[in-house]
Design a protein around this ligand. Sequence first.
Ligand code: SF4
Length: 300
Amino acid sequence: MPFYTYDDVLRISKLIQEIPCEVSEELRGWNWHTPPLLSAHTVQINVSDLSFSCQTGRLAFLRYKMNVKERDDERLHFGAFIHKVISMITSNVKSLLYNSTPQSGGELYEKMIKRMEDILAVQDLPAIYIKTFKVLWNRAALTYSSSLDKTLELSKYLSIDGLVSRVVPWICEFPLDGRLLGLNRAVRIDALVPPTLIIEFKTRKPNRSAEVALAAYALIFECLYKIPVNHAVILYIEFGADASSFKTYEKVLRIDDSLRLEFVEKRDLYASKASLDVDPGLSADCDPYCPYLSVCRNGG
Ligand code: SF4
């Protein structure tokens, strides 16, 4: 990890089978047009806003009503960079498999390292970002080259499409339209393994708000595709201070009634504060990663 192979997908499928999850019919995404899922507001909230905890909803008031720009935060920048690199690696390995058809894992590994060097040669990144980039890229090269060897052992006669989907089973930044649920039209899931395994990468400490945001993705998926999504995965990625290594923690979540209701409550709070002219005031306990911390707490 963090790069999932076919074996990881089988492992998670087995885990999910061992975690039963009952969901009430009215809380399925396809029932977006009736309460409690029906959104009473016209404003469309970003799913990423739900991943921050702001008890008064001031975050939504600042962003949508006052159009206040969020302040630069190096930790959020670094997290976004990791997301971008994982997505970039995924599309590059798929493109190498489609276009240069490596005949062995060793050949894919060499091509991936060469591609990494070519990309880095035209980037102007701080040293710590370059290190992070290389660490992730190396791990992906090892993972996918081994995955290619295993797939080739299975059969030499797979179609290229079948082979690529077996070596790299996920689609990064899978797009969804969240408008029917009062959410943004350009929602993107970090990774989707067809048909329904949703995976979100997180570089912040585990928290309930990340789980609420994950429920939002599951509900949108149900709303659009009419397929139940009872579980999803958060993959926490934690880099050491010098970025020379990282740890991953996987959490398989039930998207159960209580999480779905928390989503509804938070979406409605944020949407109502975004729709009114009244400042809801400061939250008693601000999210340490909130992008408006310097606005609310330092006089901005
Ligand atoms: S800093 Fe606190 S009050 Fe302001 S938006 Fe963030 S969580 Fe809400």
